[in-house]
Design a protein around this ligand. Structure first.
Ligand code: SAH
Length: 362
């Protein structure tokens, strides 16, 4: 038997073609099906009750909605939740829900979450501090799998109304390098933005990259998300040590491409900087960072490096981190030290899957 079409993998134009050419239905039906999949988060064609029973049967005979299943859940004492999700072929990816820090209006009891999503199973970039990097690359995720993470999280949280979302912000900062899975990632951004579906404004989405030239050009031109760049090293030598593959595109070229990156009003590029004790937090690094930042409209996010088994790197003490942050401010750089969340649940990129495999191996 022919495999059924997965409706979650179809961006709007492809769904429209399927509706018209394959089902032989009127074009306007696209919107009905789209709303069920994305806004209403249906998990089965049979839920589409505004289609006649006959139409549901016809649709269900050719197509299905597949969502990842939850293989494990870890909840941190700070409210961060990490889900390990199993995809159709048994591969595992991680997504993390982080309660937002943003102050809420008085009396507003609603929860706000930022969700961190994965785009690849594993990652080809092999950054030396990253547990996903250690796993190697297994495969790209499809658009349906990327957005399936959001839909599974929405279902768990009871996040049912796109106009009043619990998941306010999305960050493409989970497993994988989003800009090496460009087609599905761009399709996912277009699907997220669609007003009849999840209706995520691009101002609620950030895509994080280690610096991929072509992908950055495409993302910048689309305006579909904010850009975050994993910098982690303020000079080429150190970048080659920490991020050997990403550094194949020289730091100087990366920075000059960021100088002309298209930005919206008041928009700034986020530079992510893992602070690794004794490695990239010295006075010379402050000077180098200040030269880089003076060329860009950017803010610097300082993230204390989580220790990853088998890696020599570790976090600075609280005091060292403050000192580094202050030295950057003294140079006029907007640097913000992020509190690391989910420490007790192995929330850094790739750590939960790695812990699972470790447990399976023993
Ligand atoms: N490939 C993309 C997306 C992956 S997210 C990119 O490189 O940007 C990468 C982010 O995960 C890093 O910027 C960092 O914030 C976080 N990260 C990776 N390894 C980490 C570690 N050992 N400790 C803390 N954060 C880590």
């Amino acid at each position: 038997m022919q495999e059924k079409i997965d409706l979650c993998d179809l961006p709007w134009p492809a769904l429209e073609r399927f509706v018209v050419d394959t089902l032989g239905w009127k074009r306007f039906r696209t919107q009905q099906i789209w709303q069920w999949i994305w806004a209403r988060n249906a998990s089965h064609v049979s839920e589409m009750t505004d289609l006649s029973l006959k139409d549901r049967e016809h649709l269900g005979s050719l197509a299905q909605i597949s969502r990842p299943s939850v293989a494990d859940v870890r909840e941190s004492s700070d409210g961060t939740t990490k889900l390990l999700l199993e995809l159709k072929d048994g591969e595992l990816v991680e997504t993390v829900l982080i309660p937002s820090d943003a102050p809420q209006r008085p009396g507003d009891l609603s929860v706000r979450m930022t969700q961190c999503i994965s785009t690849q199973v594993g990652c080809p970039m092999a950054c030396t501090f990253c547990s996903t990097g250690k796993l190697g690359f297994r495969r790209n995720m499809t658009m349906g799998e990327i957005l399936g993470q959001v839909q599974v999280a929405r279902a768990r949280l009871g996040d049912t109304r796109p106009e009043h979302p619990i998941i306010r912000n999305l960050v493409y900062m989970g497993m994988g390098e989003p800009l090496l899975n460009l087609g599905p990632v761009m399709d996912s951004l277009k699907t997220l933005e669609h007003p009849k579906g999840l209706a995520f404004s691009p101002r609620r989405i950030t895509v994080s990259t280690c610096g991929i030239e072509k992908g950055m050009a495409v993302l910048g031109e689309s305006g579909l998300a904010y850009l975050a760049v994993s910098l982690h090293a303020p000079n080429q030598d150190l970048r080659e040590k920490l991020m050997p593959r990403a550094a194949a595109w020289p730091l100087e070229d990366l920075i000059s491409s960021l100088e002309s990156y298209p930005l919206k009003t008041r928009e700034r590029i986020t530079l992510e900087y893992l602070v690794i004790a004794g490695v990239n937090d010295q006075p010379e690094h402050v000077r180098q960072l200040s030269r880089i930042c003076s060329r860009l409209k950017a803010k610097l996010n300082l993230i204390p490096c989580n220790a990853v088994p088998g890696s020599p790197y570790g976090p600075p003490t609280g005091e060292e981190l403050l000192r580094f942050e202050k030295a950057l401010w003294d140079k006029g750089i907007t640097a913000i030290a992020r509190k690391s969340k989910g420490q007790d649940i192995e929330a850094a990129c790739g750590q939960l899957r790695a812990a699972h495999e470790g447990a399976a191996a023993t």
